[in-house]
Design a protein around this ligand. Sequence first.
Ligand code: XIL
Length: 332
Amino acid sequence: TDIPPVKDVVDEFPVGAAVGPAQLIGNHAQLLRRHFNSVTAGNAMKWDATQPTEGTFRFTDADRIVAFAQANGMEVRGHTLVWHQQTPDWVFKDAAGNDMTATPANKALLLSRLEDHIRGVAGHYAGDISAWDVVNEVIDENQSDGMRRSRWFEITGLDYIRTAFRVARQVDPTAKLYINDYNTNVPSKRDKLYNLVAQLKAEGVPVDGVGHQMHVNIDWPSISETEAMLTKFVPLGVDQQITEMDISIYTNNSESFPTPPRDRLLKQAYRYRDLFDLYRRYASEITSVTLWGLADDDTWLDTFPVTRNDAPLLFDERLQAKPAYWGVVDPS
Ligand code: XIL
């Protein structure tokens, strides 16, 4: 087909997709190459994939993604060095093999494992990554201090974040270093994230950017709330990226359609249009926009938060352009 490439129409910043090995071959690879100039590994760079057992690093899938990107002139976003999910149990075991409690010895052990992991992974890809999600989903707006009670936080306080950014900067000085989170449009969460980034920057921790995941749906959030999310961070002088965008056709957990209804796909198209219009107006702040998947045949929303057929991306399960594609490409 000769429909316009998304990346040529939206030329204010790179436009990316999250991928796995299945997107690097055949028709998926063709679609990826044609429309996108950035990629993120959907799972292949996470801790459980890259260091499943202590000291044993595995880069097979992630190396293929990076090689594909380089062969096709695409940027690579690194995702993610520190998270409370998809992290093997061994990371949080103490010297005796029991679950760590918050002691000074366990804190030292956990921070040294964190440093080794970042040296191993960010070191392996040094020079190849445009931006690393150094820490992912560390905010909990329901805590008065704003910090998620992950094992990372329970055992080290804020030190895991400080260590992660400092080590990442040391081993890959050319990557922009990001703090990434979801629901950053929600004012209470947005403000807690802002306060954390302001504190880290005041301490000299090398945070370059804020990543907004943007897992949204056809009704939520409003464009003005999304704009307020972007303007909030401007005074901090950080870059911003949209890191995991998708627009679910569902607005609550009890809906389920065997095939996506036409009216939902049209609503979705208008939302894609309005959100990309917003991003393009904020192109001086935004340095890339990534969709969390390539096409509707393979989306994490088919199993999260419940199992059902979702259709959150620009291309359908047969890799054909949807109304959502035209919302981005022909926003009239
Ligand atoms: C998801 C992947 O897409 C799934 O394949 C996996 O089973 C779970 O993780 N926020 C993030 C991403 O930061 O890493 C998540 O990716 C989606 C939510």
